[in-house]
Design a protein around this ligand. Structure first.
Ligand SMILES: [Mn+2]
Length: 346
């Protein structure tokens, strides 16, 4: 008579390192344990940044004093950094590439902003992005409301001068207002300031996803006068996102060599991205936006990027923060895939 086999659960743990206590590095520990930097990337000071000269640096811009409707985007960078359950290196199923071992990425921390001082905030965000961009790194800025794009694009354009930068801007709203209740700095005006001050040519400022009821006709007339190009949501409905994105890339690079990518998470339908201050029904699908990020970053020379307007107080089940986080990961993956074509992983 043979006995049944032992139930082997007491042998269910493998100790993977020498001692249990030191079994996992912080980078390998689960996402909810240990460091709170983006993907547990090294959190570096401005001085270390200059020494390391990484390929990419994450920058937080936790400010929302530029919002016109519901505030809360000041909590965006923390929520985006936390919106992961992966640790260690990543394998992109979309692009079939390893990600973090192919590019040198760091988290440069936050710009030192404080509440109630919007113009100071924009100055220190400009300084922070400038400190990143002048090392040659690509800054990826986590907002914050969309006012942060004004100092961020200006810093990138300064750092890359005399090379010219075009902008691809995803948003429900054009953000080209002359003023918002008398204020020239707001999340409704950054694109106007960038064009007026000459940081980006109007004709290379390309907007995707516009819809709803703001801005009004006079502002669109100003935009037309600047030679701006835009693709409304109805155009995506009619032609599909793929064709529109290809046009947007060509228009941004009609002259410039570099592209800055600005993503207002409200470009996505509020059903999939409710955690934002000015939701506008009828937007893009998350999969369309993520595909667009891969397409753009994979086919242009990226100068900088931001993901803004994530307002965690209105989010549900952290879906908006997760989408914003994945926009950044898709960009990192696309950069890694391009690097993979150049040579072996590092
Ligand atoms: Mn916006």
């Amino acid at each position: 008579m043979t006995l049944p086999p032992d139930f082997p659960v007491e042998r269910s743990e493998l100790v993977l390192g020498g001692s249990e206590y030191e079994e996992f590095s912080d980078y390998e520990l689960p996402a909810h344990v240990g460091s709170t930097s983006f993907q547990k990337l090294p959190l570096v000071s401005d001085e270390e940044l200059a020494r390391l000269a990484p390929d990419v640096a994450i920058v937080g811009a936790p400010i929302d004093d530029g919002t016109s409707n519901r505030p809360g985007a000041r909590f965006g960078p923390r929520a985006i950094r936390a919106a992961t359950y992966h640790s260690g290196d990543l394998w992109s199923i979309q692009l079939e590439t390893s990600v973090l071992d192919r590019i040198r990425a760091v988290d440069a921390g936050d710009a030192p902003v404080v509440p109630s001082r919007l113009t100071r905030g924009l100055r220190v965000i400009h300084e922070k992005v400038w400190r990143v961009a002048r090392t040659g790194a690509i800054p990826i800025v986590l907002g914050g409301d969309h006012s942060v794009t004004y100092p961020s694009v200006a810093a990138v354009a300064r750092a890359r001068d005399p090379r010219k930068v075009g902008v691809v801007h995803f948003d429900a709203h054009a953000d080209t207002g002359e003023e918002v209740w008398g204020s020239l700095v707001s999340h409704g005006t950054p694109m106007r300031r960038l064009i007026e001050e000459g940081w980006v040519e109007g004709r290379n400022f390309v907007q995707v996803g516009l819809r709803g009821y703001w801005p009004e006709r006079e502002t669109f007339e100003w935009m037309r006068g600047q030679g701006m190009r835009w693709h409304r949501m109805v155009e995506i409905e009619e032609r599909g996102a793929e064709a529109v994105i290809d046009d947007a890339i060509a228009e941004a690079l009609d002259g410039p060599e570099l592209v800055y990518l600005s993503i207002d998470v409200d470009v996505v339908d509020p059903g999939s991205a409710p955690g934002t201050g000015t939701p506008e029904p009828g937007g893009m699908l998350p999969r369309e936006l993520l595909r667009a990020v891969r397409r753009i970053v994979g086919s242009v020379e990226l100068a900088g990027m931001d993901v803004v307007e994530v307002a965690p107080p209105y989010d549900h089940a952290e879906v908006t923060a997760a989408l914003a986080h994945r926009c950044v990961l898709e960009a990192l993956s696309a950069l890694a895939a391009r690097r993979a074509e150049d040579g072996p992983a590092r």
